[in-house]
Write a protein that binds this ligand. Sequence first.
Ligand code: ATP
Ligand SMILES: Nc1nc2c(ncn2[C@@H]2O[C@H](COP(=O)(O)O)[C@@H](O)[C@H]2O)c(=O)[nH]1
Length: 212
Amino acid sequence: MTRRGLLIILSSPSGAGKSTLAGRLRAWDTTLQFSVSATTRAPREGEEDGKDYFFVSVPSFQDQVAEGGMLEHARVFGNYYGSPKAPVQTAIESGRDVLFDIDWQGAQQISNSALQEHVLSIFILPPSIAELHRRLVKRGQDAPDVIEGRMQKSWDEISHWDGYDYVLVNDDLDTTEDRLKTIISAERLRRSQQPQLVDHVRALQSQFGDRT
Ligand SMILES: Nc1ncnc2c1ncn2[C@@H]1O[C@H](COP(=O)(O)OP(=O)(O)OP(=O)(O)O)[C@@H](O)[C@H]1O
Ligand SMILES: Nc1nc2c(ncn2[C@@H]2O[C@H](COP(=O)(O)O)[C@@H](O)[C@H]2O)c(=O)[nH]1
């Protein structure tokens, strides 16, 4: 039986490292499909339309939502973000796992949707608030007022940590990467074995009954 795909969701406060970790996971497993979000935020230097995000206008984003084209969507830091539905449905039907880099609102929407049984959600915590700030500054992509706004909202995001299947502190990057790989490998094994295990236990039950 083909395993149906997993929806692997990474969330964290901005700057904790989920995009960096998502990049490493994609290099580790090239079959992982990254869910390219649509956003109304302006592209950062080096970001490519269709690869990092689909950069769209507010009316175009709203049309996609109204047409039911988004699996989830949310307003984050004053911009709209959403995960297009069609590529996700195609991927999971063909047994391909999908990786999301989305906030807690999106994670909650997918976890409460008809696709909830596919969800593997992982929250990434920073080692400290000071280090979170250092990482946002080091990234060098956002203006100081944008960084300040993201820091102000960081607790909003962190306060949802306990709604996730797994929580990791991203202190050493290599260690966090290894832990993520371990979680994903174990969940793949667990979910691929589940259908056969039910049949196996039924067979054991029937063998047990034959003894009495
Ligand atoms: N474990 C780590 N140790 C030190 N630096 C890290 C670590 N993980 C990520 N970084 C660095 O922190 C910065 C922010 O990381 P990244 O852009 O991946 O965060 P993010 O959670 O995806 O943020 P956003 O939500 O804004 O997209 C980057 O410069 C990245 O190289
Ligand atoms: N609910 C959603 N959140 C998303 C999506 N794509 C990204 N995000 C989150 O937004 C913030 C900011 O991202 P940035 O690229 O502007 O730094 C971050 O927490 C992302 O995880 C989405 O499709 N839905």
